[in-house]
Structure formats: structure tokens, C-alpha cells
Write a protein that binds this ligand. Structure first.
Ligand SMILES: *Cc1c(COP(=O)(O)O)cnc(C)c1O
Length: 372
């Protein structure tokens, strides 16, 4: 058996940028809390995506939580959320004691369906916020989604945890809504080992988010708190890793794209195979190469065969409205997300993969069609 091939694992720069910034943190004893790396990482990321300001936080989930708080989402509020996503998109809605309503995907983007969204507004005219996700680094239909949300005067939060480095119509993913969030979890396109970022053009709200994230300490020598606080700030060591990783973001996107196109060239002729669509408006970061299988070879066949070869793959996200914890909440749609889940598979998209690794993956997959 060959070496393990991962779905998406941490990939530090060849130049050792991350270690240089971490070393600086050690040298200045700015280990924690905060310090230069945190401030600079916020500035550098904001500049990279073209947002006015950013708050570095302990996770992407924390960023979604503070975005909801900044919008004022609270008890009895309804928040629209895509059903085809990771649970971290939906959990913070519950942290705020609000109610999620799950919205179906469309086949064109695999992301939130603008028609289902409009239908949801007919049923729930009073909505506090809409969360949009860019699954696997591929953009939702932002023109139509923003049009619908603006018409109903509702704030958009972009969960761009998976899409850092991607663009829609030349504009950075995560900068269309009032708030955008990114994740630097271990499997994301760049990682700090764990962390997240909240971005917005509303600098006052970002300041407020930093305040909440550091236990809501009022301006006073004694410890005074007039609001509920959270321990959500990113550490200065972790931010150093982030600054180094940001320098290689474009390189990572390039490699992810190469991997996607390699698979597409090698596999799209196989019966029943359909890759996640790349739309004209979209310049994805290609975080995970994903496809659906509608022929005799099922996703479980592929996952089992790859697993035997020490190659990691996984199903497409299981829709939130079908999760035991979330199934009591309403769902608007026709079942596109369930079909994508039943037929979908994410192939290993690790940027450290060599040409040989890629060939190992496609050879194994192709063999399943030969045996049919
Ligand atoms: C990873 C991820 C998150 C959560 O980010 P963390 O940094 O792990 O908290 C949120 N939403 C989506 C879609 C993700 O993939």
C-alpha cells in the first residue's frame, strides 16, 4: 500500500514563512494575548480580500456567532441557512437561541437556490439574517441572492470558510454580504492549526466584535462588564502561522485548480460522472474536487476502493434538515441537496499531492468502471 493520500491536510510554505512569524512572537514574548501578528494578520487578510476591517478569532464558528450577534439575531428570530453545509454554519444560530430555516440547493451551483430563498421569504416575511455558503470553494449565485435579500431588506452573512481566495465576478468571496467569515481550520485551503476571521466594511461592528471576543471588558481599570463576553480571540502565535500561510494562498489555489482539472480530464468521460459545475461568474478556489455519480458505480464503491488503497475521500455534506439535531426545523425546497448528498463524493484534494499520487487516485477509480 502506498503512502496515505489526504482529502486536504495542512500545507506549510516551503520558505518557512510561518515559522519566522512564530519565532518573532517568541522573541518578543508576545505569545499571548494578542500582539503584532494578530493586528497584522487582520490588516493583511482584510487587504487581501478587499474589506475595510477584520477581527481575528479562535474559529470560523466563532466568527459566524459574532456576525449573528452583530446583526442583533436573538430569541425568536428566524435565520435562513443553506441546508447543504457543515453543521458549523447552523450551530451559532442555535447559540443565539434563534430559529434556522433551511434552504435547498440548486444543481447549477450546489449552493443556496435563489428560487427556494424567495419562496422562503413568502412563508417567513420576518427574517433577521440570511447566511450564504460557498461550498467547497465554489460560489453561490450571489447576484440573485443579493437581489432577493436586498429586496427584502435583510442582512447577508457570507460563510466563506471554504472559499478564501475565490472570486465571483472578480470580487473576493466573502465580501458581498455585510459580514463575511473565513476559517483556518486544519483542512481549509490555508490553516493556522485552528482559527477564523470576521470581515466587514463596517469598522464599528468589527471593533464591537473584538470587544465581545475579549470577554466584553469595558474601558475601566477594574474589571467591569456591561455585556456578555466571549473568549473568542485568536492568539498571537496562531496569527503568525496565518501571516505566513497568507503568502502562499495564490499558490494553493493554483494547485487546487490543477487537481480539479486533472480529475476532470481523467474522469469526466466515465458513465454517470458529473463534476461540480464551474459557472461563468465564478472563479473558485477549488478547495475540494467534488462530483456526483449517477451510474452503476456508487459513491460508496469509490470511497471503499480508495480507502483500501489508503486514500481519503468523503461524501458530500449530509443536509442539515436531515440531521437528527436539526430535523425539527423547517426546510424549503424540492430535495436537490438530498440528491447531491446521495450521489456526491469529494475526492482527495490535498495540495501536497504529487503527479504520482493523482495518478494513483484516478487509476483506482477508473478500475471500478472496467469491472462493471
Ligand atoms: C470549516 C467550516 C466552518 C467552521 O470553521 P471552524 O474554523 O472549523 O470553526 C464553517 N462553515 C463551513 C462551511 C466550514 O466548512
Amino acid at each position: 500500500m502506498g503512502d496515505r493520500i489526504f482529502l486536504s491536510s495542512p500545507h506549510m510554505s516551503d520558505e518557512g514563512y510561518e515559522q519566522q512569524y512564530v519565532q518573532e512572537a517568541f522573541d518578543t514574548n508576545w505569545i499571548a494575548p494578542l500582539g503584532t501578528n494578530v493586528n497584522e494578520f487582520e490588516k493583511e487578510l482584510a487587504a487581501k480580500v478587499g474589506s475595510k476591517s477584520a477581527a481575528a478569532l479562535s474559529s470560523g464558528t466563532a466568527a459566524i456567532h459574532l456576525a449573528l450577534k452583530a446583526v442583533g439575531v436573538g430569541e425568536e428570530d428566524i435565520v435562513f441557512c443553506p441546508t447543504l453545509t457543515f453543521s458549523a454554519t447552523a450551530n451559532p444560530i442555535i447559540y443565539q437561541n434563534a430559529t434556522p430555516v433551511f434552504i435547498d440547493s440548486n444543481y447549477e451551483t450546489w449552493n443556496m437556490c435563489p428560487n427556494a430563498l424567495e419562496e422562503a421569504f413568502q412563508k417567513y416575511p420576518e427574517v433577521k439574517a440570511v447566511i450564504v455558503v460557498h461550498l467547497y470553494g465554489f460560489s453561490a449565485d450571489m447576484d440573485r441572492i443579493m437581489e432577493v435579500c436586498n429586496k427584502h431588506n435583510v442582512t447577508v452573512i457570507e460563510d466563506a470558510a471554504e472559499s478564501l481566495g475565490g472570486y465571483y465576478k472578480g470580487q473576493h468571496s466573502g465580501t458581498f454580504g455585510e459580514y463575511g467569515i473565513f476559517s483556518f481550520n486544519g483542512n481549509k485551503i490555508i490553516t493556522t492549526s485552528g482559527g477564523g476571521m470576521l470581515v466587514s466594511n463596517n469598522e464599528d461592528k468589527i471593533k464591537k466584535a473584538r470587544f465581545w471576543a475579549t470577554q466584553s471588558r469595558d474601558q475601566a481599570r477594574h474589571y467591569q462588564h456591561s455585556e456578555l463576553g466571549f473568549n473568542y480571540r485568536m492568539s498571537n502565535v496562531v496569527a503568525g502561522i496565518g501571516r505566513g500561510q497568507l503568502k502562499v494562498l495564490e499558490q494553493r489555489v493554483e494547485k487546487k485548480k490543477y487537481i480539479f482539472e486533472f480529475y476532470k480530464n481523467e474522469l469526466s468521460h466515465l458513465e454517470g460522472v458529473e463534476f461540480m459545475p464551474v459557472n461563468d461568474c465564478d472563479q473558485p478556489n477549488y478547495w475540494l474536487s467534488s462530483l456526483t455519480l449517477k451510474g452503476d458505480v456508487r459513491p460508496s464503491d469509490v470511497m471503499e476502493a480508495l480507502d483500501k488503497e489508503n486514500i481519503e475521500s468523503r461524501p458530500v455534506w449530509k443536509p442539515m434538515h436531515t440531521q437528527p439535531f436539526f430535523e425539527k426545523y423547517d426546510f424549503i425546497g424540492t430535495g436537490v441537496s438530498e440528491e447531491l448528498y446521495m450521489n456526491g463524493i469529494c475526492l482527495p484534494s490535498d495540495t501536497k499531492m504529487t503527479e504520482r499520487d493523482l495518478n494513483r487516485v484516478v487509476k483506482k477509480i477508473k478500475s471500478l468502471w472496467l469491472n462493471k
